[in-house]
Design a protein around this ligand. Sequence first.
Ligand code: SF4
Length: 204
Amino acid sequence: MSNNTDQKLCFQCQQSGHCCCDPKIIVTTTFVDIFHIYLGLEQDFEYLLKKLTFYRVEDNLSSELRKKLVLSSIKTSDGEIIPGLRKINGQNCTFYMKPNCSIYNSRPRACRNYPIAFLEDQTENPFFWAKDSVNTCPGIGKGSSLVIQTIIEERKKTLNEIKAHNELVYELNTEASKGNPLSAREVIWMFIVYAEKYSFANTL
Ligand code: SF4
C-alpha cells in the first residue's frame, strides 16, 4: 500500500476495467467472499470451483513474509494455499465482462473497497489508496468527496471479515496439523457450509 489519502478523497468509478484486468492485481477471497459469489452465481459448486484459483504458499516462506499475508494460508492435502479469483491468461479476472463486473452485486469485498485499502493500525491513517492505484485508476480524483464515516464503517466490516476468516483458517490448520488435512476443494465447500450455518448471507 502507498500514497496516503491525506487531503482529497474523491473517487468515482470510470468503468475503465484497469483494476479487473491488471496482471499485477490478484484478488484473494475470504470464506464470506466465496459464499457471496456462490449465492450470486446461482450455479452449482463445480462451476464455482472453475472460477477460483489456489495461490500456493511455499512451505519455507519466512515468518516475516508470512506475517504480511492479509489472509492466512490454509494447509490442505493439495499444499498450502490461499484461494482467490481465477485470471484468464494471467490478466483479466474471470468475472470481468467489458465494461464491468459480471458479479457486481456479489463481488468480493476487496473489489468493493478498491481503490481504497485498509490498515489494521488505528493509530496511523487507517486507509490508503491501494498500491499503484493513483497511477492506474482513472476514478481517483473524480466525482465528489467520499464520506469518511462510510469508509470507516467499511473498514470495520473488512477487518472483521478478515479476522473471522483467519480464525476459521486457524482452526482448519490446527486440524490439518493432526495429520488429516482437507483437500482445497473440501475447504471451499466447508467455507460455504460454515458461512451458511453462521448466517453470513446478508453481510454485504
Ligand atoms: S470480481 Fe468483478 S470487480 Fe472484482 S476483479 Fe473480478 S471483475 Fe473486477
